[in-house]
Design a protein around this ligand. Structure first.
Ligand code: ADP
Ligand code: TRP
Length: 334
């Protein structure tokens, strides 16, 4: 149970996660994180934010960042995030998080941060990593600890960051007394890594992502571009080794998956046909969200209002944790 019991129900688990506003949403983001997050608001106490401070480590153009933040907010709202039932905000509208990250920074060592995957990746690519990139895991810890997040749904690539957060919270609590809740990551097994159209991990940086809010024509073209082998229409196809089958399965239940595998193994249907079916399935799945997104995009006043209320709710909690942390380390000296 989290410690801010004035605002936290004992019966509900506090679920928290964030997403960077650094590009359009793709199926990997949706199936690994967004879908679960949005379902959580029916069962648990949901905290969700757009990681705008984190995006500063990669987005250096003002307009691009502003547009990215707006888009991410629209994406969440269109997919069903309900700001009345949940706490939904933009990270940089809650500056308490930035201050907390400084207080947490002495609870992790430089050698430990040097083991960070994203930091090491940059070095391996010959890029000189910025201080912000090095500090990234500490800010992420503050994101979670400032709200008493108990369960954190993320993709597999964020597992190490969650371990850093747990270490930071543990060390801080040991040194100064119990202030923070130690969070648990939640990594969906089935969709741990969603493949992209070329079979590698779907990622905006690989140019292999399926963006489900893209204009219809563009979306269809991407789906039609999923890699397949050269098996002909009249030959049996192997579902086990097919990227197309794997992506299609994201939209199916177990029974439908078996049926589809059977259709793959039965000669007579070409890959093109399966791709067209998948495209229609994607359009159907996101039809309501696409419509809602368009309507909301046309009403900036509404968005502004939603984000203002969201940050007020979020700050009310973050300030409690920050206050306790300030007191624990000795900054409330009067
Ligand atoms: P990208 O790799 O496209 O830059 P992000 O790093 O913005 O994606 O990821 C946002 C969230 O979506 C994270 O929780 C991440 O783990 C998850 N995620 C991104 N791509 C995938 C994928 N292909 N499969 C599963 N989860 C993913
Ligand atoms: N680092 C995460 C990503 O790239 C985004 C993120 C920032 C986050 N702070 C977080 C996720 C806190 C969960 C909890 O996907």
């Amino acid at each position: 149970m989290t410690q801010d019991s004035t605002v936290h129900s004992v019966l509900w688990m506090r679920v928290l996660s964030g997403i960077q506003p650094s590009g359009q949403l793709h199926l990997g983001n949706y199936f690994s994180m967004m879908r679960q997050m949005i379902h959580y608001q029916d069962r648990e106490e949901l905290f969700c934010f757009v990681a705008s401070y984190h995006a500063l480590t990669t987005v250096f153009e003002k307009e691009k960042l502003e547009e990215g933040i707006r888009n991410a907010v629209l994406d969440f709202l269109a997919l069903g995030m309900d700001p009345d039932r949940s706490t939904f905000w933009v990270q940089s509208d809650v500056p308490e998080v930035a201050e907390l990250s400084w207080l947490l920074s002495t609870s992790i060592t430089v050698p430990q941060l040097e083991l960070g995957h994203s930091y090491k990746d940059k070095i391996a690519q010959g890029i000189s990593p910025s201080g912000g990139l090095f500090f990234y895991p500490i800010l992420m810890a503050a994101d979670i600890l400032a709200f008493g997040g108990e369960k954190v749904p993320v993709g597999k690539d964020q597992k190490q960051h969650l371990e850093f957060t747990r270490d930071i919270a543990g060390r801080f609590n040991n040194r100064y007394g119990e202030v923070f809740v130690i969070p648990e990551p939640e990594i969906g097994k089935e969709v741990a890594v969603v493949p992209g159209v070329d079979g590698r991990k779907m990622s905006k940086s690989y140019g292999n992502a399926i963006y489900f809010f893209a204009p219809e024509k563009k979306l269809r073209k991407t789906v039609m571009g999923i890699v397949t082998d050269s098996t002909g229409v009249d030959e049996a196809k192997d579902p086990e080794n097919s990227v197309l089958y794997q992506i299609y399965c994201l939209f199916l239940n177990e029974e439908e998956r078996q049926e589809l595998a059977q259709r793959f193994r039965t000669p007579g249907t070409g890959y093109g046909h399966f791709k067209q079916e998948l495209f229609e399935r994607i359009m159907e799945t996101f039809a309501d969200a696409r419509k809602k997104r368009e309507e909301m995009a046309a009403d900036p006043g509404f968005l502004k209002d939603v984000m203002r209320k969201g940050s007020e709710k979020a700050r009310a909690i973050a300030s409690q944790y920050l206050d306790r942390a300030r007191e624990a380390v000795g900054l409330k000296y009067l």
